[in-house]
Design a binder for this molecule. Structure first.
Ligand SMILES: *[C@@H]1O[C@H](CO)[C@@H](O)[C@H](O)[C@H]1NC(C)=O
Ligand SMILES: *[C@@H]1O[C@H](CO)[C@@H](O)[C@H](O)[C@H]1NC(C)=O
Ligand SMILES: *[C@@H]1O[C@H](CO)[C@@H](O)[C@H](O)[C@H]1NC(C)=O
Ligand SMILES: *[C@@H]1O[C@H](CO)[C@@H](O)[C@H](O)[C@H]1NC(C)=O
Length: 472
C-alpha cells in the first residue's frame, strides 16, 4: 500500500471496508432469537456456534411456575450427544415461559426433549403456545426435537407445560426464532380424490414439522443450514423404486437464488439442499413413503432445482401426492426461467386412515430425454392444525392464555445489558451498519426493515445476531 497522505482520511474507508466485508458474511438476522438451555447453570455453546443461555438467566424470558421446578442434571453429562442434553427443567405442575416477542408474525419454535432419566422417559404432558395446543399427551421415551412454525400475534409468547395427572413435564432446550417472510407462503395446491385445485390461507395456520428430506444428498446439520434446520437423506423413505428408472445427481456449480425475492431465498432451503437431486426416467416412477398420524391435514413442500439439464425446457414430469395426480407435465423451466434456480410447490393433502403419505415423481413422454424426465431435490412434510385450537384437534386442556403486561423500562435495560455482555460493542456496531444497509437496499419494507420505535430497539435486537453462520 502507498504511504498514506493522512491516516485519518484512510481510517474511515478502511473501517467501512471492514464493516462491509463483515456484512457479506452476515446471514439471516432474526429479530427474535431466544435460545434457552433449560435447567442449565451456565451458557451452552453448540457445534453450530449458537449460544444457549440458562432459562433463568435473561430478562427477555420469564419462567412462571406456581410450584417447585427442578433443574435436573444428566448422570454423565460429558457423554451426551449434545451439550443441551446435560440438563433439563422438570415441572410437577403447570408452568409457563414468557418469551418476549419483538417482531410479530411467523416464528420457528423448537423444543428439545432428551429423557436422560427413566422418570423423564415416562413423563406424559401437554404443551401449548399462545393458547394453541401443540403437543397433546406427549411423551418422549427417546430423544426428540419437536419443531413448530406458528404465527405469533402478541408481544409475549406464552409457552405452557401441563403434566398429565400423576406425571411430570420436562424440557431440555427451547428455540424461538423469527421466521423470514418468505418461509411461509399463502397459496398452495390442494390435492383430493377429485383432483387438484388452488388453496389460499396457508399463511395463518400452525405447522408441526415431521420430515425434512435432502433428496439424494448428505445430511445437512444446523451448522450448514440458514435456519439451523436438519435435513436427512431420503434413502430410508424410497418405496420399491426400480434403480434403472432413477439416478442420483450432485451439482458443483452455484445455485442461482433470485435477488431480493420475497418468495425464494437461502432461508427457504440452503445450497446444500438444492445441489443434490434424484431423477426419474420418462418410463418410470420414483416414490417415497412417510409414516404420518392418520386423520390429519398435511402441507407437503416439494423443492425443485434443475441441476441436471444443460439447456432449458428439457424436463417435463408428473407429480403425485398421496396417489393422486397433483401436477401433470410439470415444466420446471417454465416455472423458474433459469437453470439451477430453486423453486418449490406447496401441496395440501388430507390423510385419512392409512397413516402413510406417498409422494412420487413420474416420467412424461413430453420430456426431451428418455433417461431424465424429472427431478426432486428436497421434501418437507408438515402437519397442519385441523381446528383453531390445536394440531391434534381440540382437547380439554386449559392452556394459560394470560399475557404479561408489556415490560417496564428497567427490565428492558437489563436485557440490553444482557445483549452487550454476549456480543460486545463491535458486533453491535457491525450489525447496526448491516441492518442500515439492508434497510436502505430493501426500501424499508422487507423482512429486516420493520421500523422500531426507538434507537434502543435496534441495539437491543443486535445482540440476537451473534449466532450467524461462519461456514461460507
Ligand atoms: C394420556 O395417555 C395415557 C396413556 O395412553 C392415558 O391413560 C391418559 O388418560 C391420557 N390423558 C389424556 C388427558 O388424554
Ligand atoms: C458443512 O457443509 C460442508 C460442505 O457441504 C461439509 O464439508 C461439512 O462437513 C459440513 N459441516 C457440518 C458440520 O455438517
Ligand atoms: C407411475 O405411477 C402412477 C400413479 O401410481 C401410475 O398411474 C403410472 O402408470 C406409473 N407409471 C409407470 C411407468 O409405472
Ligand atoms: C388453524 O389455526 C389458525 C390460528 O388459530 C386458524 O386461523 C385456522 O382457521 C386453523 N385451521 C383450521 C383448519 O381450523
Amino acid at each position: 500500500m502507498a504511504s498514506s497522505p493522512s491516516s485519518s482520511a484512510l481510517a474511515v474507508p478502511l473501517l467501512l471496508g471492514l464493516l462491509f466485508s463483515a456484512a457479506a458474511a452476515a446471514r439471516f438476522a432474526p429479530a427474535d432469537n431466544h435460545l434457552l438451555a433449560c435447567g442449565a447453570t451456565a451458557p451452552t455453546v453448540l457445534p453450530d456456534g449458537r449460544r444457549f443461555v440458562p432459562d433463568s438467566g435473561c430478562a427477555s424470558t420469564r419462567l412462571r411456575s406456581p410450584a417447585l421446578t427442578l433443574p435436573s442434571t444428566a448422570p454423565n453429562a460429558a457423554a451426551q450427544p449434545s451439550p443441551l442434553h446435560a440438563a433439563a427443567r422438570v415441572f410437577s405442575c403447570r408452568a409457563s415461559y414468557d418469551l418476549a416477542v419483538r417482531r410479530r408474525g411467523y416464528h420457528i419454535l423448537r423444543l428439545h426433549f432428551y429423557p436422560f432419566d427413566p422418570a423423564l422417559a415416562s413423563a406424559r404432558f401437554h404443551v401449548g403456545a399462545a393458547g394453541f395446543l401443540l403437543l397433546h399427551n406427549f411423551s418422549a421415551p427417546t430423544p426428540v426435537v419437536k419443531e413448530f412454525i406458528l404465527p405469533v400475534h402478541s408481544d409475549v409468547l406464552v409457552l405452557t407445560f401441563v403434566p398429565d395427572s400423576g406425571s411430570n413435564a420436562f424440557i431440555n432446550a427451547i428455540e424461538l426464532i423469527s421466521a423470514p417472510e418468505e418461509l411461509v407462503g399463502d397459496i398452495g395446491t390442494r390435492v383430493t380424490l377429485g383432483g387438484a385445485d388452488q388453496i389460499k390461507g396457508l399463511s395463518s395456520q400452525v405447522y408441526e414439522m415431521l420430515y425434512r428430506i435432502n433428496v439424494a444428498g448428505r445430511k445437512v446439520t444446523p451448522f450448514n443450514d440458514t435456519l439451523w434446520r436438519t435435513w436427512v437423506n431420503d434413502g430410508n423413505f424410497l418405496v420399491n423404486t426400480e434403480s434403472s428408472s432413477s439416478r442420483v445427481w450432485s451439482f458443483g456449480g452455484r445455485i442461482a437464488y433470485p435477488k431480493d425475492s420475497k418468495l425464494m431465498s437461502r432461508e427457504v432451503a440452503p445450497d446444500n439442499v438444492y445441489n443434490s437431486a434424484r431423477s426419474v426416467s420418462s418410463q418410470g416412477n420414483v416414490t417415497w413413503g412417510f409414516t404420518v398420524p392418520a386423520a390429519s391435514r398435511y402441507l407437503v413442500r416439494m423443492h425443485f432445482c434443475d441441476i441436471v439439464s444443460k439447456v432449458l425446457n428439457e424436463l417435463y414430469f408428473d407429480i403425485y401426492v398421496n396417489g393422486q395426480l397433483a401436477v401433470k407435465d410439470f415444466d420446471i423451466s417454465g416455472a423458474t426461467g433459469f437453470l439451477a434456480h430453486p423453486y418449490y410447490i406447496d401441496f395440501v393433502v388430507d390423510v385419512e386412515d392409512e397413516g402413510t403419505l406417498k409422494l412420487a415423481i413420474g416420467g412424461s413422454k413430453n420430456s426431451r430425454s428418455d433417461e431424465v424426465s424429472g427431478i426432486l431435490n428436497a421434501l418437507e412434510i408438515m402437519r397442519m392444525n385441523k381446528t383453531s385450537g390445536g394440531i391434534d384437534g381440540d382437547f380439554a386442556v386449559a392452556l394459560d392464555k394470560e399475557y404479561v403486561a408489556s415490560k417496564g423500562i428497567g427490565e428492558f435495560a437489563r436485557s440490553l445489558l444482557c445483549g452487550f455482555i454476549f456480543a460486545g460493542l463491535v458486533v453491535v456496531l457491525v450489525m447496526f451498519v448491516v441492518r442500515l444497509r439492508t434497510e436502505l437496499r430493501n426500501n424499508g419494507t422487507s423482512w429486516s426493515g420493520q421500523p422500531m420505535d426507538s434507537g434502543n430497539g435496534k441495539l437491543a435486537r443486535a445482540y440476537q445476531l451473534v449466532p450467524t453462520k461462519t461456514d461460507f
